[in-house]
Ligand binder design. Structure first.
Ligand code: ADP
Ligand code: MG
Length: 319
């Protein structure tokens, strides 16, 4: 099978069929009909075999995850995901692998109403790069730089599940049978908080998605907003699976330093707080207040029931 057959078989009808796609896969470039009065939001994520996933990982899960982690960045900006591009490098043409990978891409892209509109296909050590493009009403994107002193800090969902899933896969931690499905789902098939991200547009002062873990990710908001944060670790939302599988110290480690949960971290001013529960309840995803923004620029203070919480962070270091 040559490159063009491969593209047409696996990547030419992938994801939703959007009416605002002028030209998708097949020409020199895609043509996208961005709505009047909107900003285009673009993000890129790469997954390298051996670094970001096990070389023998389930290809359907890889396809899912590649879309979900890119869409998660679009969601964190409060934007609507619309179009995807895929640059894929493969050591060889393995049709069993490709059809499962393409199925994962397709079902997840369709779920988020995204269309695959282009890419590049090359031979080499396996690497998967996706570009996601989204749209947001002009000037309404939620950034990392808007947090203000006194704002309340929230996270969606629960923290540490994906990191526990990774440990389970690596044989480093035991999880009882009844929780395994949930934990593995959270690790292999993460969800992007798309609808909730858009609902935060007129509520949140800043937002980001959690890919590297709360402890290191929140520093990006602190740096870009020029503020500090105080977090009460006893309020960190934990799943029943994490509670049942880990002692308290391990649970804290997973929730603070575990990566790949793809939950949203956001800040809300006092004045908007009252409407928060009502406005976000239709989305069916729990949100939890975990602390406040402080005026001590760059400082992250961890507390447990009003006492300082001593914590040694050990996160994923990219370089
Ligand atoms: P060019 O040489 O002009 O860059 P290619 O021959 O690389 O174009 O690609 C042909 C078409 O197939 C283009 O529309 C390109 O965007 C698309 N394409 C190539 N690889 C992929 C892929 N992995 N997924 C989706 N579309 C792809
Ligand atoms: Mg060309």
């Amino acid at each position: 099978m040559d490159e063009f057959e491969l593209i047409s078989r696996y990547f030419s009808n992938c994801g939703a069929k959007r009416h605002d796609t002028g030209i998708g896969v097949g020409d020199d470039a895609a043509v996208l009909q961005v709505r009047d009065g909107c900003d285009l939001v673009i993000t890129t994520d790469t997954m390298v075999a051996g670094t970001h996933f096990f070389p023998d990982a389930d290809p359907r899960a890889l396809g899912h995850k590649l879309v979900a982690v890119n869409v998660s960045d679009i969601a964190a900006m409060g934007a609507e995901p619309a179009w995807l591009s895929l640059a894929i490098t493969l050591p060889s043409v393995d049709e069993t692998w490709l059809s499962a990978f393409a199925a994962g891409l397709h079902e997840t892209a369709e779920y988020y109403n995204c269309q695959l509109v282009g890419g590049d296909t090359t031979r080499g050590p396996m690497s998967l790069t996706m570009v996601a493009k989204g749209i947001v009403p002009r000037g309404k994107a939620i950034t990392r730089s808007g947090a203000k002193v006194g704002d309340y800090i929230y996270v969606t969902g629960t923290l540490g599940d994906a990191a526990l899933g990774l440990k389970l896969c690596q044989g480093l931690h035991e999880v009882s049978k009844k929780h395994q499905t949930h934990i593995l789902q959270r690790f292999h098939f993460p969800s992007a908080r798309v609808a909730l991200g858009q609902a935060l547009r007129n509520i949140a002062s800043s937002a980001m998605d959690l890919s590297d873990g709360l402890y290191s990710d929140i520093q990006h908001i602190l740096k870009r907003s020029g503020v500090g944060a105080s977090i009460d670790v006893s309020r960190l939302p934990l799943s029943q699976a994490v509670k049942d599988s880990c002692d308290n110290a391990t649970a804290m480690q997973l929730a603070l330093s575990g990566g790949e949960d793809y939950e949203l971290l956001f800040t809300v001013p006092e004045a908007k707080r009252g409407s928060l529960d009502v406005l976000l309840s239709p989305y069916g995803i729990a949100i939890t207040c975990i602390g406040r923004i402080t005026g001590v620029a760059g400082k992250l203070e961890l507390k447990q029931a009003e006492q300082p919480f001593n914590y040694v962070h050990s996160g994923f270091i990219h370089f």
